[in-house]
Design a protein around this ligand. Structure first.
Ligand code: ASP
Length: 441
């Protein structure tokens, strides 16, 4: 019998996880059972993906750069990447702002709902911790992000997943220096990283063996830990606005894939789908990165010289879904809490949401922290932050799952565009037994 393709297996795992989670909420011991016995499988899976993220960035970026033979090529790729990333993010924010102004989701929220939401979430420790975290981010100066990008200790940087940009910096620095000392002298080091790269990609394959079961666990846990269904319903118009915006972004990506790279957009969607499904299940672009890289390189045909730079950088700084969400959320909150926004305020949102998406960490819930900074930029009163965040807290997790899909799809799309523009979009080269895991002995 032909084995079910990976994306179908993952999708099946997700659907069963949702059903199982729902059934468990109907049984008195169900929630405890999922938390104690099911959730750990999902957590282990995410840990495994994160475990290989740093070695993968290091190995693939060093391999990618040292394969270039010429530094000017790297400058070319780097510049295009950053410009296109900024362009797609501005597009996302614009779509979000247009939609939220047309649909006016905040006008439909009654006083009663606001009171109920405030009573439920305003003092929640999660809401409070996001405000505290945002306060820390805000205190930094305008060039802080550049300062933060440069590590003072390479091994410390590699020891902390949140310091991915530092690892990228170190890998680029090392790769360029390897180019400069010439092929012959760099050869031993290059062989080492080439081999490490192959091994880590194989680790991705092995981890993906448990993906269908892991997403089952992750989604079952999302269902049992989700909030009051009445509140979810009250926020339906807001959720709908964000989701429509995110769908429009996906359509936008498909249009550029079709028109610029001349590839079939549905083929692109199919090949990238395991990464999208994982982004949805884990809510983390960083955890999804190894799979995104594998799919983009092997199944779409983007050369490593491009993907090894574009994707890790994208996972950390390019978050189109997150910035769209921040724009919608900021205006929704202002509408619901009767805080008037001028046109200049909306322009401020474009700028701060762009910077916030660069500053957001690629982990669950990060977008909400940076939302506080967006709110602050439009002069939203700080004493009302708890109410503002409480308002959108109940639906943050499902929206986080959706926006992470867009974040990952955006990175994959841009890697294709950049590859095409520098003549590095080739034929897919799926490793022999990539999806024939029976051969893994
Ligand atoms: N979870 C998102 C990501 O990892 C970030 C966010 O929007 O919270 O891409």
């Amino acid at each position: 019998m032909k084995k079910l393709a990976l994306h179908w297996q993952i999708l099946l795992g997700m659907i069963l996880g949702l059903i199982f989670g729902f059934l468990m909420t109907q049984i008195s011991w169900g929630v405890g059972f999922v938390t104690d016995w099911i959730k750990p499988i999902g957590t282990i899976f995410i840990k495994l993906l994160k475990l290989i993220a740093i070695p993968l960035i290091l190995a693939s970026l060093i391999k990618g750069i040292s394969d270039l033979k010429d530094i000017s090529k790297f400058r070319n790729i780097g510049l295009r990447t950053i410009v296109i990333y900024v362009g797609t993010t501005i597009m996302a924010i614009t779509i979000g702002l247009l939609l939220v102004n047309v649909m006016q989701p905040g006008d439909g929220v009654s006083e009663e709902t606001i009171a109920k939401i405030t009573a439920t979430y305003a003092d929640d420790s999660d809401v409070q911790s996001k405000i505290v975290e945002a306060g820390k981010q805000k205190e930094s100066g305008p060039l802080q992000f550049l300062e933060d990008m440069v590590p003072d200790n390479a091994f410390n940087a590699m020891g902390d997943n949140s310091l991915m940009l530092q690892v990228i910096f170190f890998a680029i620095f090392l790769g360029i220096s390897m180019l400069l000392i010439g092929e012959k002298r760099a050869k031993p080091l290059k062989n080492l990283f080439d081999s490490l790269n192959d091994v880590v990609l194989k680790m991705v394959d092995l981890i993906m063996l448990i993906a269908p079961v892991a997403v089952f666990a992750l989604l079952a846990n999302v269902v049992v830990s989700s909030g009051d269904p009445d509140l979810l319903l009250a926020l339906l118009k807001y959720t709908g606005t964000v989701v429509i915006g995110l769908l429009l972004m996906i359509v936008f990506y498909l249009l550029i894939v079709g028109s610029y790279t001349k590839k079939n957009p549905f083929w692109f969607l199919k090949e990238i789908s395991p990464a999208q499904l994982l982004a949805f299940s884990t809510s983390s672009s960083a955890a999804t990165l190894p799979v995104t890289m594998e799919r983009v390189e092997e199944h779409i045909g983007v050369d490593k010289e491009v993907s090894s730079f574009v994707l890790p950088v994208g996972a950390t700084i390019n978050m189109d879904g997150t910035s769209l969400y921040q724009a919608v959320a900021a205006v929704f909150i202002s509408q619901a809490l009767a805080f008037d926004l001028t046109f200049a305020d909306q322009l401020t949102i474009v700028l701060t949401a762009l910077l916030a998406s660069i500053g957001s960490a690629a982990v669950p819930g990060a977008g909400m922290v940076m939302l506080v900074i967006v709110l602050e930029s439009i002069g939203f009163p700080a004493d009302r932050f708890p109410i503002a965040l409480a308002l959108i807290f109940a639906v943050d997790r499902p929206l986080d799952m959706c926006r992470t899909v867009v974040n990952v799809t955006g990175d994959a799309t841009v890697s294709m565009i950049v590859a095409k523009s520098v003549g590095k979009l080739g034929k897919p080269r799926v490793e022999d037994w990539d999806e024939h895991y029976d051969e893994v002995k």
